[in-house]
Structure formats: structure tokens, C-alpha cells
Design a binder for this molecule. Structure first.
Ligand code: FES
Ligand SMILES: [Fe+2]
Length: 385
């Protein structure tokens, strides 16, 4: 966010702290537990959320140089994303046009991809360069057998892919600003393109993917569940919330925010005291921490509503003089808090959802990010409840 917005958010937070209030949703929101446990709902989510929506894939540093590539299974779609020799980012289904083997694994830097099965070769722009048995495939039109293109984009230092092939007459470029709406300038001001990646961790908790996102969308639980870890550093149950289409931004205060009170407003620096939590619909949480960026992405288990895969990526500033041990400590705190406190409790909650004993969960007016996230899901799925 820019300086004007930083001051406005700081004012709102101090006002809430003084008045013992927080930003509120219009009304409380009841969600049926089947949203977390029903297989049919999970299939609908895969089609409407994880195929139709652009997916955040990471910051630009993930594909820093020409020739860099990454592969991922995005809710059942094998994705290959590349930075071409021309510097532009493209995405493809990571499926060989011969018999379907993945043409690339993991991530790295390459000039071309050779399929491990029968060694057909593709360039960074997905073009089929050649087959191995020239007689067996004589007459095959190489131009018509490139990798299947997926819409992709790089904007404001972020990478996006839509895990559904480019349709006829459709642009292979995602309109990122159109999709992000009002939150786009706010994200652009963060200069995300300047952050190199520090670490990647993946866990597979036995929870619905939405619960992994819910974890970050309220600080009501922080003084209770996290009283032994991050609880003492945050002001619980106080936050600002601003929705932007399907996306949203929540800002919360550290207890250290009191330090700005003695300063005239123009001199106040809220940066060390305010954490901005961006919810990029549907499955990404981008947290602008005091001095680094922490990103969580959650993916549903294949046709299984009770499992998910969660990735934590930490990006540190490029011009830091802090040693790796400092960033390692931040990574450790994030892992301990979320993976050892939030997710284990979530696994118990998931069992409760699947027990059938209770039909609904309730998100309070004091949890406006949660209310917004789940109403956005309902809207995108086109379901009434
Ligand atoms: S499946 Fe790729 S070359 Fe045969
Ligand atoms: Fe938590």
C-alpha cells in the first residue's frame, strides 16, 4: 500500500484499539459444514475455482532468469511455467503431446524440455522441436503439436496461471489488473518484483483447503490458540478489512503500535507495527510482514475434501544485511505457529465436520475477512449455501 493508505489504515487501527472495536461484517454468516466435507462440493470447487480463476503462482523471483521454469500440480492440472529467451512468462499443460508424460519435473533452468519417455523435445515457448523416430512420425505437423497453452501473466512482480487451456479466440495473457480490481495498485506499491525467494516448505495436513485459508483470515483466535507463540505480540480481535471483488485485505496491529502515538501523523511509520494480509482469491494468502513477505497457498486434495497441500514460501528483501539465520528464524516461527498450532487443531475440526453431528459453522461480524471469503466462494460457485 502507498503512504496515504498506510496512514489511513494506521488511523483506523488506533481508533479501533482506543474504542475496543474492529471492522465488522454487515451480519454474521452461517456456513454449512458440507462446504468443508462434501465430495460433490469439492468437484464443483475444482471446476469453478481451480480451473476458471487465475491462480497466483508466486513472485517473479520464482522465474528470475530467461530459461527458468517451474512445474506444479494445480488441483489436478499439471502446469509447466517458463520464462522464455524473450523474457516473457508462458504456461502450458505439462503433458507431452505424444502419449502424455510430463515433459519437465521440479524447477530449474533449461533451453528445452526433453520428454523422459521417448525424448520428444519442446522449446521454452512450448513448440515441438522434433520427435525421435522420424519414420514412425513422418508427416506429423510439429507446429500443431506444441504443448497445450494455459493463460498466464506476470504483473506487479507476481505470476499467474489459469489452469484451463486457452480457449478459441481467447488471449493467452491474463488480465491481471482486471481480475485484481481495486487491490491491484495496493499490491503494485509493494514492489514485489524486488524480493528474492528464501525458502519453500510444503505440508499435507488432513484438512479441507479452505480451512488452511481461514486460519489467516481473523486474529480473534490469536490471543487464545497462540498464547505461547505469537499471541503476546499481536492485538487480538482488532483489524481493518477492505474487500476488492473476490479478493480482500485485512490489516492487523502488533502491540508495538503504541510507539507511534507520540509522533505527529506525518512522521508516523506504521510499517514495523502493522501486518497486511492479502487474500488473493481463491487459494492464496500474501502476508506483508514487517520486513519480508510470507505466502501461503492451499490446494485441495484430488477429489478428497478432507486433505490439502499447503505451501509456505518466504521472500526476503534483496538489499538486506541480515544473515540467513534471521530469515530462518522467521520461517521457523511461521511453521511453528501455523503447522504446529493452527493445522493440528484444524485436523480435529475436520473430523468434527465429517461426523455429521453439527450442520453449520458461524463466522462472526468481527471476522469480516472470513465472511467475505466464504461469500466470494458462494458467488463464484453459484450456490445459495
Ligand atoms: S510421451 Fe513424451 S515422447 Fe512419448
Ligand atoms: Fe492462527
Amino acid at each position: 500500500m502507498d503512504r496515504t493508505e498506510e496512514l489511513a489504515v494506521g488511523r483506523r487501527l488506533l481508533g479501533h484499539i482506543d474504542g475496543r472495536t474492529t471492522d465488522l461484517a454487515d451480519s454474521l454468516f452461517r456456513n454449512r459444514v458440507i462446504a468443508y466435507s462434501c465430495r460433490e462440493r469439492a468437484r464443483l470447487e475444482r471446476d469453478r475455482l481451480f480451473r476458471d480463476q487465475p491462480m497466483f503462482m508466486g513472485l517473479s523471483a520464482r522465474l528470475a532468469k530467461p530459461g527458468d521454469y517451474l512445474t506444479e500440480d494445480v488441483a489436478g492440472m499439471p502446469v509447466l511455467m517458463t520464462r522464455g529467451v524473450d523474457g516473457s512468462v508462458r504456461a502450458f499443460a505439462n503433458i507431452c503431446r505424444h502419449r502424455g508424460a510430463p515433459v519437465a519435473e521440479g524447477c530449474g533452468n533449461a533451453r528445452a524440455f526433453t520428454c523422459p519417455y521417448h525424448a520428444w523435445t519442446y522449446d521454452l515457448a512450448g513448440k515441438l522441436l522434433g520427435t525421435t523416430d522420424k519414420v514412425g512420425f513422418a508427416g506429423l505437423d510439429l507446429d500443431a503439436h506444441g504443448l497445450v497453452r494455459l493463460p498466464a501473466a506476470e504483473k506487479h512482480g507476481m505470476l499467474f496461471v489459469r489452469p484451463k487451456p486457452v480457449q478459441q479466440d481467447e488471449s493467452p495473457e491474463i488480465d491481471v489488473d482486471g481480475n485484481l480490481g481495486a487491490i491491484a495498485p495496493d499490491l503494485a506499491a509493494l514492489k514485489l518484483e524486488t524480493y528474492p525467494m528464501f525458502s519453500v516448505d510444503v505440508v499435507k495436513p488432513r484438512i479441507n483447503w479452505k480451512f488452511a485459508i481461514d486460519t489467516f483470515l481473523e486474529v480473534y483466535h490469536v490471543p487464545y490458540l497462540h498464547r505461547k507463540t505469537i499471541g503476546p505480540y499481536f492485538i487480538g480481535n482488532v483489524g481493518t478489512f477492505d474487500g476488492a471483488g473476490l479478493h480482500g485485505r485485512m490489516c492487523v496491529a502488533r502491540t508495538s503500535i503504541d510507539a507511534v502515538r507520540g509522533l505527529p501523523e506525518a512522521e508516523r511509520n506504521y510499517r514495523p507495527h502493522v501486518i497486511s494480509i492479502y487474500q488473493l482469491f481463491p487459494n492464496t494468502i500474501l502476508i506483508f510482514q514487517v520486513d519480508h513477505i510470507e505466502i501461503w497457498r492451499a490446494f485441495p486434495g484430488r477429489d478428497d475434501p478432507s486433505h490439502c497441500e499447503v505451501e509456505l514460501t518466504i521472500y526476503r528483501p534483496a538489499d538486506t544485511d541480515k544473515p540467513d539465520a534471521y530469515w530462518e528464524k522467521n520461517r521457523d516461527i511461521a511453521i511453528r505457529t501455523v503447522m504446529e498450532e493452527d493445522f493440528p487443531l484444524g485436523e480435529r475440526m475436520q473430523i468434527g465436520f465429517e461426523s455429521g453431528a453439527s450442520e453449520e459453522v458461524i463466522y462472526g461480524r468481527n471476522e469480516p475477512s472470513l465472511v467475505h471469503f466464504h461469500s466470494s466462494i458462494r458467488n463464484a460457485l453459484g450456490v445459495p449455501a
